[in-house]
Write a protein that binds this ligand. Structure first.
Ligand SMILES: Cc1cc2nc3c(=O)[nH]c(=O)nc-3n(C[C@H](O)[C@H](O)[C@H](O)COP(=O)(O)O)c2cc1C
Length: 398
């Protein structure tokens, strides 16, 4: 992610303390952050906390400007790559929807021009559900403002419901997404990720070294471009992905079922999961006991369904992208797999240099030839892959 200059507006709500953590995370990621607080926000967190975390004086009062010409209300947003209001109070949302500029932050909102703008609302669930607030939010959306959240959960007031600000790490993800093209808006993307686990007995099974990281990165990259994303994942140690629907499965057969259930209306299917080719022919209900002196048990295998080939063979198949984890002869093996599976695009990578790592390199093969994507972190690679996929989709979405 390129370093950006973020103008972070903090308004008066309990979640203001989380904006400190957001500031810390953005600075750690290499961005610069200029914080602007409303008067009410300074009742919750002292400006000094933000000054220390951002390394910059905090702007609060337009009559005590930071910039030499006194034009904080214009210049601070002119210098910004993005305007982020977190938390956004009901009061601020109302002012912004109406176009009022009674204080520094609301005036900056008026002066923002085409600077990408994101609001992370935070308030009591009844406040959020209030028709006036919903009306204001709808207006802001129509004005091109990104509304991130709110989330459901426990609230500072003790109630439980929708209104919590989304977590700082998720706001950081939303900020990154502001700078991505939206060429998958209106598209549905289905992605499989991770390994499968094929039980042999109650405690043992066959699996592989796939971590799910590539599938997670692809899901995020597709979501960033505006797609509605459904992720079907085998067992992984990864946190729940932000912004995408996901369902967890264990075996190849469960993955096939979940994929088929999710398939209607899907435009793109990306099979990034490392699905076990075989499963123990008969899973034992209990634990197989080791008997001293007995020979080891023989493990018989059955062949698992080929989820990708099945989807690709359908008359109403979406645009299908397969992954091939090879150990050698990458280009030739990946090309052969593309033809065998009958898919328009195949991504080949070297399994031992991909599984579990945060970075990866691959070759992208379609009917027109092969493109090499050099080693980079998996999110960057996923963005490149999604760029290539988006460019190949038919324009007609009807
Ligand atoms: C203890 C306390 C907590 C509050 N929490 C919130 C909140 O989470 N969300 C919200 O919209 N307003 C909240 N308010 C009300 C706002 O602080 C109030 O509307 C204020 O005028 C907002 O000003 P601002 O939008 O200029 O920051 C809270 C008020 C108090 C006293």
């Amino acid at each position: 992610m390129k370093p950006r200059h973020i103008l972070l507006g903090v308004t008066g709500g309990v979640a203001a303390y989380k904006a400190c953590e957001l500031t810390r995370q953005l600075v750690k990621a290499g961005h610069t952050v200029q914080v602007v607080m409303t008067e009410a926000a300074t009742r919750f967190v002292a400006p000094m906390s933000f000054q220390a975390l951002s390394g910059r004086a905090v702007a609060v009062d337009p009559w005590q400007p930071l910039v030499a010409n006194g034009m904080d209300h214009i210049d601070l947003v002119r210098a910004a790559h993005a305007l982020v209001i977190a938390p956004a109070s009901a009061d601020f949302i109302g002012k912004a929807a109406l176009g009022l500029g009674g204080d520094l932050l609301s005036t900056l909102m008026l002066a923002r021009g085409d600077v990408p703008t994101l609001l992370a609302p935070a308030m009591n669930r009844e406040m959020w559900a209030n028709p006036a607030v919903q009306r204001n939010v709808a207006r802001l959306r129509a004005d091109g403002v990104r509304i991130a959240g709110p989330a459901r959960g426990e609230q500072a007031c003790g109630e439980v419901g929708e209104g919590r600000m989304i977590e700082p790490e998720d706001i950081a993800i939303e900020i990154d997404a502001l700078f991505q093209p939206k060429d998958l808006a209106g598209r549905k993307v289905l992605i499989t990720a991770g390994p499968t686990f094929e039980p042999w007995d109650a405690v043992r099974g066959l699996t592989n070294r796939s971590s799910g990281k590539m599938g997670w990165a692809l899901a995020r990259a597709a979501w960033e471009r505006g797609a509605e994303v459904q992720l079907v994942a085998g067992p992984t140690a990864l946190d729940e992905p932000y912004g995408v629907r996901w369902v967890g499965v264990e075996t190849a057969r469960q993955m096939r079922e979940a994929v088929q259930a999710a398939l209607p209306g899907v435009d793109v299917f990306i099979a990034a999961a490392a699905v076990a080719d075989w499963r123990p022919a008969a899973a034992q209900p209990g634990k197989l006991k080791k008997q001293s002196g007995e020979p080891p048990p023989v493990l018989y295998l059955d062949t698992n369904p080929d989820i990708l080939a099945e989807v690709a063979a359908r008359a109403d198949a979406p645009y299908c992208v397969g992954f091939a984890a090879e150990t050698d002869n990458l280009a030739a093996n990946a090309q052969a797999k593309r033809l065998r599976k009958g898919v328009p695009m195949l991504i080949g990578n070297i399994g031992p240099q991909a599984f579990g790592r945060d970075d990866n390199a691959c070759v992208l093969i379609d009917a027109n030839g092969m493109t090499e994507l050099p080693r980079m972190d998996k999110l960057a690679l996923a963005r490149r892959i999604l760029h290539e996929i988006a460019a190949r989709l038919p324009n007609d979405q009807s």
